[in-house]
Design a protein around this ligand. Sequence first.
Ligand SMILES: Nc1ncnc2c1ncn2[C@@H]1O[C@H](COP(=O)(O)OP(=O)(O)OP(=O)(O)O)[C@@H](O)[C@H]1O
Ligand SMILES: [Mg+2]
Length: 284
Amino acid sequence: MNASVSVELQELCFRYPHGGKDAPHTLEGVTLAVERGSLLAIIGHTGSGKSTLVQHLNALLKPSAGTVLIEGKNIHENKHAIREARFRVGLCFQYPEYQLFEETVEKDIAYGPKNMELPAGEIAARVHRAAGLVGLDAALLPKSPLELSGGEKRRAAVAGVVAMEPQVLVLDEPTAGLDPHGRGQMHAMIRRFRRETGRTVLLISHSMEDVAALADRVLVLDRGHAAMHGTPAQVFARAAELEAMGLSVPPVTRIFRLLREKGVNVPAEVFTVAQAEEAIRGLL
Ligand SMILES: Nc1ncnc2c1ncn2[C@@H]1O[C@H](COP(=O)(O)OP(=O)(O)OP(=O)(O)O)[C@@H](O)[C@H]1O
Ligand SMILES: [Mg+2]
């Protein structure tokens, strides 16, 4: 085992049970290693298996074949290992704000740590730490979740997972449906979480801009297969293949590619607006 690997999948296969014996596998032989402290983005067309894959990491789903290792441990070794995986991997579902149900934001964030049977003082400390990490003002804690804005609700829901202080934070489409301001705050939250905790993050996103801005590595799923795995530069260099899978490169990348085709001398590897700005300043 490599000590710097946080999440490891070995030939992971999965088929939803009621699909019938002849139904195709939803995941087919996915092998992957995620370095501790890195951010892996998972992209893929709708239905490619992204959400199914991450639900294996905290044992919500059990592989039909293959192995899931978290911090070097097979999570299906025994009951104890399954419970441990539930606490080690914090999974934040798509549209998690629909799962806010307590009467105050504070109680909602405390729900996970309470389930971990931590002492009351530790729970309170974690709630405040998590609220700070996601950028929620402490004044919002005694309020009802119903009083928060959409972006605040989303961050409160993420805080509930962060408060469990998982080794691996998994965010399934955290910016879906947010406006540019909410999206920017979610990016800031992810950066702050990484800077202050050094933990591993897995991020599912349909936004190539999110991926370009945040990821160290990108996994591309295509109908349950791992079609590509590499740095954003390596993956976004394969624009034609991505398009064949129903994906795209970031919009600025496309514009810069067109400029180069027209003979303008701009760099080929431009994936974020910040990089584009720098390149244009260089030209002027
Ligand atoms: N509970 C379920 N029972 C049966 N089939 C399912 C279930 N959940 C998902 N599937 C099927 O498994 C495949 C992968 O679904 P999954 O939700 O993992 O895709 P995804 O990549 O997360 O898609 P999206 O981008 O739309 O969220 C799809 O064909 C889907 O219809
Ligand atoms: Mg999904």
